[in-house]
Write a protein of this length. Structure first.
Length: 259
């Protein structure tokens, strides 16, 4: 069974049973427990499940069936992510150098920048790099590193030397969660470390986070709240929570704004 089909089966089981146990499911699917734990980690990275001691449960029921498949991270809250990406694109000016992480929300920004003139874009996201590279007026630099299994994301700090020689105007980033106490957090320690280095090499760091990310936290902090200059979210964001965020410009993206 291919990895993608295996992960679809895991989500199907979660919908049916509410939770899964690694030992039992590994035996049922005839795979090693190590392989299954890797699948669960990737599903958690996508915000689809939450791992528990010895198993997993659905993450806030975000994994929704669509035929024989399920919504991937890029499809969750897509209208909000698209609006946030378009709002972020308005902050980019001709001739700038921008850093983009490999998140699904920042990918929407990359799509909005695809027709821009004379930009330099540095990213660890393969999808963003391929989209922007179609425009000969955009100089695309791909950060080297380890290609995360089952994804199109390069992570780790093997590209440190590339980043050390770059002085970017803006760094656009998203995360698994954004909280006042921990800042922007991710499940992957390697991804968080790379984002730290990207933030350190940019004049301004701009967070792109839909309403479901606010107040959530994961294992590793990538960017502390004090390092953020701007937070772009959507109209569904909890206004009382946003009011507690101090020293950060808050921008609200509207899904009805197509410009």
């Amino acid at each position: 069974m291919f990895a993608s089909k295996r992960r679809e089966k895991i989500v199907e089981c979660l919908h049916q049973k509410g939770q899964v146990v690694v030992k039992e499911l590994a035996k049922e699917m005839n795979v090693s427990e190590g392989t299954l734990r890797t699948d669960l980690r990737l599903l958690e990275d996508e915000g689809i499940i939450e791992r528990t001691h010895g198993g997993a449960v659905l993450a806030n029921k975000k994994a929704v069936h669509r035929g024989d498949s399920f919504f991937t991270r890029s499809e969750l809250n897509y209208p909000e992510k698209r609006a946030i990406g378009m709002q972020a694109a308005r902050l980019v000016s001709r001739g700038q150098c921008v850093l983009l992480d490999a998140s699904s929300t920042v990918l929407e920004l990359a799509k909005a920048l695809a027709d821009c003139d004379y930009l330099t874009v540095v990213t660890n996201g393969l999808d963003a790099a391929m989209i922007l590279n179609q425009n000969p007026r955009i100089n695309v630099i791909l950060i080297g590193g380890v290609l995360r299994s089952g994804s199109r994301t390069v992570e780790g700090v093997l590209g440190k030397n590339v980043l050390d020689g770059i002085h970017a105007d803006l760094f656009f980033t998203s995360a698994e969660g954004v909280s006042i106490e921990e800042g922007m957090t991710d499940f992957s320690l390697y991804e968080a470390e790379l984002k730290k280095r990207m933030a350190a090499n940019a004049r301004k760091t701009i967070a792109l986070a839909d309403h479901t990310k606010l107040g959530r936290r994961s294992i590793a902090t990538s960017v502390e709240m004090a390092q953020l200059h701007t937070l772009i979210t959507d109209a569904k964001a909890d206004k009382s929570y946003l009011e507690k965020i101090k020293g950060v410009e808050i921008m609200i993206a509207s899904i009805n704004d197509r410009k």
